[in-house]
Design a protein around this ligand. Sequence first.
Ligand code: SAM
Length: 237
Amino acid sequence: MDTKQELCQWEAAAAEYRRVQESSAFSAQNRALVEHRFSGIGAVRILDAGCGYGQYTAWFAQQGARVTGCDGARAMLELAQERYPGCRFDLADLTGTLPYPDSAFDLVFCNQVLMDLPQIDCTAAEFARVLRAGGRLWFSIVHPAFYLGEWVAGADGKKRAKEISGYLTWQERTGNFWGKSTHYHRPLCDYLNLFARCGFSLTELTEPPAYDPDENTADLPLFLCAEFVKVGQGQRL
Ligand SMILES: C[S@@+](CC[C@H](N)C(=O)[O-])C[C@H]1O[C@@H](n2cnc3c(N)ncnc32)[C@H](O)[C@@H]1O
């Protein structure tokens, strides 16, 4: 599926995506992670890349940040602008050149977006370009090691483990959570090596336990969060 097609899915899914986000346990866990990391961040320049309906753009603005949200789906941006008229939202395709000058931001924040993009090479290079030297990149994705696995129930009937296959293989899979959206699986090394090649140095990787320990084992993370500092292009020895 190409970028235009995957963005059409997000156009159609926008309203339902917002409804699910506002009522689900997994999005509450995601929000708690973000708030824990960034509360009180202050007047830094932030790009909320793939901002959706603007929930985190607005939250960062409340923390005192100078934040811009961008997304490739007009319907998402319409929801964002309607609910958060004081925030800035731009239409931008994250698989292409971003409409911002070099070094425009101190932080690129990209929550639950990268696994929804068919290609991320240009995305990573653009994140590096729009960040100042020493700036930070923070992203979260659904955990690539477990997300596509099938749950296996234990003797008590609860979901206890996951059966994984095809982890090392690039995969495209369309799901139906808020209308159709397409997930692009890549192994963790693809993400980490790509950002390393683009001049980022990893500062923290977190794998928080599952959001619903009654339903799923708390030993398997649903999300993966990674934080980097922009240090410049690395030299290979
Ligand atoms: C799972 S949602 C995450 C939204 C938001 N970051 C949040 O946490 O609520 C993925 C977002 O990525 C956006 N997106 C998907 N493909 C894109 C692309 N090629 N360029 C820009 N945004 C894209 C979608 O429109 C959607 O808003």
